[in-house]
Design a protein around this ligand. Structure first.
Ligand code: GNR
Ligand code: NI
Length: 178
């Protein structure tokens, strides 16, 4: 397994729409293994393939592993589709590995039902709520080229994007000095 570099905004690569996977081959399973290792290393609770430079409709999530017991419960979603949501919204403070060190409260449907292929290529339907529902929707957004900051006002979004550009510039200077 390999830890990959995570792309960060405003990289235009993150804006593309990811392509469906034909079938869950060994190659796709290796991609999912690498995504999971990259996510645990980051550390994060979810990752979309496009974040490591692969524009395919593949997501990994583990909302359990950062709890006290640290038990890993990885979930794999290939070609996920949200088939229903409830009208009630819930608010979570979201962050994103592609928007480092920035957080904002985002409203999303509190429950969703998602259809997908699992690690073995079998079709599954899962009902999600709470943090898992939020995370699934955050990752589904990545597949459409959408970041959580795209849900904010232009004013708030611009402030964050400027900070990201500034911190990218200073970290590239550090590399030259080093
Ligand atoms: O690690 C992550 N935490 C998180 C917190 C609240 C809502 C969504 C997330 S997903 C994020 C990892 C990430 O960027 N996935 O795309
Ligand atoms: Ni993200």
């Amino acid at each position: 397994m390999t830890i990959k570099r995570i792309l960060t905004a405003p990289d235009p690569f993150l804006k593309q729409i990811s392509n469906p996977v034909d079938s869950v081959t060994k190659e796709i399973q290796i991609l999912m293994d690498d995504m999971l290792e990259t996510m645990y290393d980051a550390p994060g609770i979810g990752l979309a393939a496009v974040q490591i430079g692969v524009p395919l409709r593949v997501i990994v999530i583990d909302i359990a592993w950062r709890n006290e017991d640290g038990k890993k419960e990885p979930m794999y979603f290939v070609n996920p589709e949200i088939i229903s949501t409830v009208e009630t919204l819930s608010t979570y403070e979201e962050g994103c590995l592609s928007v480092p060190d920035q957080y904002a409260e985002i409203d999303r449907p509190e429950k969703c039902k998602v259809k997908y292929l699992d690690y073995d290529g079998n079709e599954q339907i899962m009902s999600a709520e709470g943090m898992l529902a939020t995370c699934i929707q955050h990752e589904m957004d990545h597949l459409e080229g959408i970041l959580f900051i795209d849900h904010l006002s232009n004013l708030k979004k611009n402030i964050i994007v400027k900070k990201l550009i500034k911190s990218k510039k200073s970290s590239s200077k550090e590399r030259i000095v080093a």
